[in-house]
Design a binder for this molecule. Structure first.
Ligand code: SAM
Length: 230
């Protein structure tokens, strides 16, 4: 599977950048090889390699591929940023799960500044996880936002904030659109939780143990996505 960032319009597509490098140098593709192209917007086509150049690969489009099933809920994960590779892991796994959007949040006790991560590198992780998991629409990486501002702006759909003292997440009924927020390693402050509840967010628990940021994010998204499909 090959990602092309521009809309796929036939009859020929020029693949460039890291995807061309991967095809030509890693896969050692040759003319005649078949590839699947996807545009990250939900479209995919079957193609055949026509020519392999120094920095581009020309692909002839043969046929559109059927659309793949997508989760029946649109889930936005608004999460404090875990340290180092754990954020990469969260991005990869959230993409696999079918999370629509990940928004890094800054809270009173955050220790990692969400702006410290290079967006290009994070986008590449999303592309790789999409290729591997068969996802045709990329997970969107939202601009980092202060938790206070997100509360003020309001959640997309039903707003859930993960908190160990919240009602079990399984009790929340299915919804088409959900935003779930995860706090930093030190947790949300009581004031942060109080303001969210006063603005209509619901506090949800994820079980009796204390989970790290990335585990909590994935557990919450998996619970919401499995429920919405039931
Ligand atoms: N001592 C912190 C507290 O009490 O919130 C623990 C923070 S935890 C390492 C990081 C974040 O993951 C929390 O702010 C919360 O959003 C989420 N989280 C972790 N375990 C959870 C659980 N059992 N139920 C709900 N949320 C949880």
């Amino acid at each position: 599977r090959v990602y092309v960032p521009d809309p796929i319009v036939g009859p020929m597509v020029e693949v460039s950048g890291p995807e061309a490098h991967h095809l030509a140098r890693v896969r050692r593709s040759v003319p005649g090889d078949r590839v699947e192209l996807f545009d990250g917007r939900g479209n995919a086509v079957q193609g055949r390699i026509e020519a392999v150049g120094r920095s581009t690969v020309s692909v002839v489009i043969e046929a559109p591929l059927p659309t793949r099933p997508v989760p029946s809920a649109t889930v936005t994960l608004a999460s404090a940023v875990p340290k180092g590779e754990r954020f990469d892991w969260l991005i990869e796994k959230a993409t696999e799960l079918g999370v629509a959007r990940l928004i890094p949040i800054r809270t009173a006790r955050s220790v990692v500044d969400p702006r410290s991560s290079k967006l290009d590198r994070l986008r590449r992780l999303v592309v790789e996880a999409s290729k591997q998991s068969g996802r045709n629409r990329l997970m969107e990486l939202g601009a980092p936002i202060d938790w206070e501002d997100l509360i003020g702006q309001g959640p997309l759909g039903v707003g859930l904030v993960a908190h160990p003292a919240g009602e079990p997440i399984g009790r929340v009924g299915p919804a088409r659109e959900v935003t779930v927020a995860i706090g930093p390693e030190g947790g949300f402050t009581d004031e942060e939780i109080g303001r969210a509840l006063a603005s209509g967010w619901r506090a949800v628990g994820l079980g009796p143990t204390i989970l790290r940021i990335e585990t909590a994010g994935l557990a919450a998204c998996a619970a919401i996505l499995s429920r919405s499909e039931g």
